[in-house]
Write a protein that binds this ligand. Sequence first.
Ligand SMILES: NC(=O)c1ccc[n+]([C@@H]2O[C@H](COP(=O)([O-])OP(=O)(O)OC[C@H]3O[C@@H](n4cnc5c(N)ncnc54)[C@H](O)[C@@H]3O)[C@@H](O)[C@H]2O)c1
Length: 333
Amino acid sequence: MINMLVTGGCGFIGSNFIEYMLKKYDDIKLTNIDNMQHHDTIYNHNYLKGRFKRYHHVFGSINDQLLIDKLVKNSDYIVHFAAETHVDASLIVPENFLDTNINGTLTILEAMRRMWSDRCSGERKFIYVSTDEVYGSLALDDDTKFTEESKLDPLNPYSISKLAAERMAYVYKKTYGLPIMITRCSNNYGIRQFSDKFIPKVILGCKHLTEIPIYGTGLNVRNWLHVKDHCRALDMILRSNFDQYDDSVFNIGSDLILDNNTLVDIIINLIRQRYDINGVTLTNLVRHIEDRPGHDLKYHLSYDRIKKVLGWSPMYIDFNVNMIEIINWYYTR
Ligand SMILES: NC(=O)c1ccc[n+]([C@@H]2O[C@H](COP(=O)([O-])OP(=O)(O)OC[C@H]3O[C@@H](n4cnc5c(N)ncnc54)[C@H](O)[C@@H]3O)[C@@H](O)[C@H]2O)c1
């Protein structure tokens, strides 16, 4: 049996990853540490608990060194998702982001340094799940893509905290020889995302006929990847031999870029075709609100390295089909 520790597994990507891994592998026992501060974590937690015998949840914080020491000691693989993730909140309470995202990650790295010193290579592995936001923003008319070598230029407290944590992971890899890889993924979409994130907000706005807020002009462009493709990529990296890599970072992206206005139009059209909306013109729910300060204009990731090295590329690429599934999930929940 492989003992896997997932942090933040009651969140959006973590809960999808746990489901993916436990469905695919019989020889994994999985522990999830999550402090469940967001109300939507309860649904994700109950969903996992009800389905998988080899799933165990620990209610606690990644900042609790004694608890993390114990969990790390007993783990072969660790995939670290736990983080404060809402960019808007990072502008209001940046200190929470520094504490959870940087100090919380440091807690895990310190535990690995002390608990894994006996056998670091081959059997134990750690993935730090970072973000494309560490590259900062492209100009809207810039057609280049961020590669793993691009300049790192985070522009909000969330992305700064993610970069600080991933660089700390890099230092622990170089200094202590810990088996660490870092992934930088583009925007994910899928089921079980928290209701205060952009896509769920649009769908739930249509469902409840409430306002659909779009920041500024809505021309900001994001690179969208289905969460299952993210899980596939993390799985492939985990199963690979970390010793073979000269580099410590993989971008995980897709070919799909959409501006926010187009994304909202697509969702509204799909909902209009499928659900009774009582004659309401859903586009009237859209409100362009004052832009977020320092709102990044455009992200677009190159995934050439992971494609070349591991043969990964996105599989779930029919956006409309995927989006219908997600809409149905939010409508029937
Ligand atoms: N969502 C995206 O599009 C995206 C893209 C790239 C990278 N990422 C990264 O992936 C990871 C997961 O993102 P997500 O969208 O699933 O986030 P999420 O907000 O849905 O989930 C984060 C989880 O971490 C938990 N958590 C927060 N602080 C904790 C603490 N101190 N101790 C234990 N658990 C704690 C939360 O309760 C939550 O369940 C994050 O590290 C994020 O930076 C997300």
